[in-house]
Design a protein. Sequence first.
Length: 648
Amino acid sequence: MYHYLKHIFLFTAVALLIPACTPLLDDQFRDYSHDEHTQRIQLQKAHMDLNKIKDIDIALHLNKELFSSLVNKSFQRFNDTFITLHSGEFSNVSFGELQFYLSRQQAFSKLEFSFEVDALKRKVFGYIKAKHILSAGRDEFVIATNFDEIVIERVENDEVFKKNSEKSHLISSSVKSFMKALNTEILHSPLSIPVDMNVLKEINAKKMFFSSDYKLHSAKPIHMLTKMKLYMPYIYEDGVVFLGASQLTNDQEVYPSGVDTTALWILLRDKISHTLNQNMGITLDMIQKSSSCYISKAYLSKQMNLSLKNIDLRVIKKPLAKLTDETAPFFKEIVLEDKKSLPACDQGKEECSSRLQVCERDCTRNYGVHNCEDCSTLNPFERVRCLSRQEACKSKEELLRYECKRSEQRCQQKNDELGRQCEIDNRRIVSQCEEKKAQIELTGGSLSYAKLAYDFNVINAYSVQRIRNIVFDHTFGTLEVLKDIHVSMDSRIHLDLIHTRKNDFNCSLGIKEPLFTHSYADHTGERKRLSLCMKSLDNGYLSIKAKEKTHSMVMQLSHTPYENLLAEDAFFLHCSFQGIPMLPISKNSLLKRAEITQAFQAMAGELELMFEAEEISFLIAPISLNKDTLLYPSMDVKSVSFRDESLF
């Protein structure tokens, strides 16, 4: 059996007849990869990119096996499209897998293939060599590919063709067409590795806060991205490391003259290892042990702090306040502390003049001859008739004056009787009053003669916690929570008067209807620093939790029910002893602040808020490569590490 070897550099074909032999892959690339100038350019570019990096925020290592597997998945998608092409010169294309050779910032591959030369209806078999340049986009790593050397190993049926024969030219033409199509299509559909570095995408404001007594009220969406401005590939024999930076510098490195590629390589490796140790506490040797990814804690905390800067997460607790026993009012005793404070009994005497009738009728002025007509101005004839009428008038007036005086005498006699009775009654009232005073016994120095029942109920009360900022420290050891607390309470006070000594004392209450009050309080700028704990979950996620234990906080409300009660004009109590008015009882005396029992402190606007254990939690998701979850998170000293699932 013979094999035919044709080396075609791009479009130039050279045919050689060689015996069957398959050299090792590295041996095949030894001459192919030996390009001092190209290697120096790649190393210098890596140095320049590394010098631009302010801090290494992400370091992703793919060993050669995983890197090859991921690129071949991308090539399979390319293959599915390419094999459907029909150029007129070749068809029935079939590819093997890309076999990679990696070395000092260089990546090469070998790809076995076969296709049918349409003009001959014969298949040719061989392999292609390619050079690759690695770069990174937003969500994928791109492997730019240049297929630049093709080797034809054999032709179907082992037929030997002369060098310049027609069949040889047909094969050469189809190979050129095949290479041209291959390089054209790979430009349009470059190989890539989709990489989802947004490990914080699972953070959901609605699920961030948990408390057994608080429920979500509202939450603004949170968007976080793990976005790098530059990814620098570091390629070595056994794999590839992608170094990501979110911030760049303007520094320019000057290379010393005469430095060979080996020295540049060693210098690059040492600089990367030193920077990794500074930023993440790891070395290049550590990250190269297996496929893994490291993201610095400083970067993650910065990204989270930016996204959580104005989080505006609100949770509500309702009902907030419940009294010990809302159906049982508390009482204020209206007491007499000293008999001297009782009104003087003389004040109970009746003013006798109020009983007397009006007897003065002024009989002499109202009745008499002056009420009769005057006849002196009339003529003699008229005067005779006038004097007759005048005499009749005088008789009548005299009679009326007599009757008037008799009525005055009877009225005076009646008033004298009423006055005497009034004096008797007043002496009796004063006597009874004094007797009642004497009978009063002050038990324990006081005497309760009435009670005010204060029936206080909280109708509606709730508190809203607004978390408006969360700040992680750069070590992921603690977080600081900044929140505001708003409290609202609607309440009702109903007053009821109870008499305890009705025979001696009588009181009246001005307030007849229940008194409603809306109270509120705002506590802003509450800061709490909480420790963080980490836990790997069964689904591969890393849980970050900050817990605050059960605690309480006393808040003083504005516009309290007690203040509203004191401001009410109808809040008064008028009392009397034996019908004698007592001194008015002031509002403050009816209910002093200190007299409000502990169970009813909400009436005075003082609320003790009880906060059950609260929890703020976040999830760091695994890193997905080619939509397959491969790298799972755990916490290291200065970074979050993501490792191959086989290590768990």
